[in-house]
Write a protein that binds this ligand. Sequence first.
Ligand SMILES: Cc1cc2nc3c(=O)[nH]c(=O)nc-3n(C[C@H](O)[C@H](O)[C@H](O)COP(=O)(O)OP(=O)(O)OC[C@H]3O[C@@H](n4cnc5c(N)ncnc54)[C@H](O)[C@@H]3O)c2cc1C
Length: 435
Amino acid sequence: MQVVVVGGGFGGMASAARLAKLGHAVTLLDRAPALGGALGQLSHEGFTFDTGPSTTLLPAVVRDLFRKSGRPLEREIDLVPVEVIREHRFADGTSLSLTGGSRAAQKQAFEGLGAGLGQQWVDHVDGLGEVWERLRKDYLERPWDPGLAHRDAVALLRSRATLARTFRRAFGDQRLALVAGHPFLADGHDLAKVPAWLGTVSYVEQKFGAWTVEGGLGALGEVMTKRLATRKVDVRTATGVRDVLLSGKRVRGVRTDAGDVEADAVVCATDPHHFPALRPYVRRTTSTSLPTLVHLGVSGDLPEWVAVAGETVLHGDPTLVLRHGGAAPEGHSVLTVQHRGRASVDVVDLLAERGVDLRGRVVTRVERSPADLAEAWGGSPLGTQWRGRDTVRRRLGPTTPVAGLYAAGAHATPGAGLPFTGLSGALVAQAVGPA
Ligand SMILES: Cc1cc2nc3c(=O)[nH]c(=O)nc-3n(C[C@H](O)[C@H](O)[C@H](O)COP(=O)(O)OP(=O)(O)OC[C@H]3O[C@@H](n4cnc5c(N)ncnc54)[C@H](O)[C@@H]3O)c2cc1C
């Protein structure tokens, strides 16, 4: 079958590699000059910054992708565990180091915030293990079919329970809700609109930890690009897709800047709202907004507590999220600061106020507004905005109401992040099937 994949971010690349391995003739189209989407690196004056992800949860998703499409991951790149998944510094001056892979270590860390809070945290996470196992089998690892799914999985997806409500009940302390809610708050979601089952992210963090690549996770994008060449995927960069071509309710190809490309199947692995023919199918969803990113190249080391953490969260108004994925010249460090909304003072001064004083040490700086990022990535790599339980139904993917049209990537998954987008590639491959 001739398959066209639109968008070469991690979701599109994972779909293309798997479909090619299944024997399809795959063409991957991307409007940008290089593949990777948000998974990439920006080089500036000798510094290299991860542009998007700097750590990933669930390394098994990436390993499975490589094993199922050729040589195993460990022969291509080294995924290494991150010691501290996130360092949280709260506005009241208290702090928490969230480690992965150990229930006992998490319990002890939360107990440090106050007597009884360790037990509250592990009770909450323990309850999510079963939810994860149920949804993993029926929803995340095979295309959703309510007829085949266990009744508990159906009930979970139908439930009106939200993260906001769950946290109110589970936690007597707001700081625990800030830790559990962080992945969604950082992506611009309202916890009152995010389904409760997404709390399973805390379980995944505890059980499997976070992982990265020395020198920046963006390198994974390059390794994936090589894998596509090995699988003989016809990759066409600098080729923007303007629309998906339909014949009635069947897909027949795509219209690009360089002309039409016919196909038996099309995988939309970017924001479907951009394509006029698909808008009627995503009318009741919106894309998640993007943050501002400030990449800083600094002389000397970062504070130890920032350097050992995959991510550092300085809570406040605005909350600052720090990542240090990338590479710097000898004697220097890289730091990327993410925030939402307008900061009233310069980010470097804000950092100093919150205990990360880099004043006088910044040797280079690249600031990227939400509009700059949307332009670079052709939409939001953070996917669909949560608006309650119905978002699951209203979003496309892995199959769609159009025959031959599939959806992958952050807009087709339960959330942003490499695990979900990687899994979306596996779901699309299952839905399309072997050649
Ligand atoms: C600042 C930031 C930090 C993040 N940190 C993490 C992290 O630490 N860990 C983690 O797991 N995840 C993280 N994420 C989320 C993760 O990066 C994304 O969810 C994931 O990379 C999305 O992949 P995707 O393939 O769905 O989309 P994208 O990466 O957005 O790729 C879409 C691709 O489609 C192309 N495209 C767009 N429009 C068109 C068109 N019309 N025609 C052709 N091609 C088109 C784009 O050029 C792009 O290459 C982060 C995201 C951001 C923004």
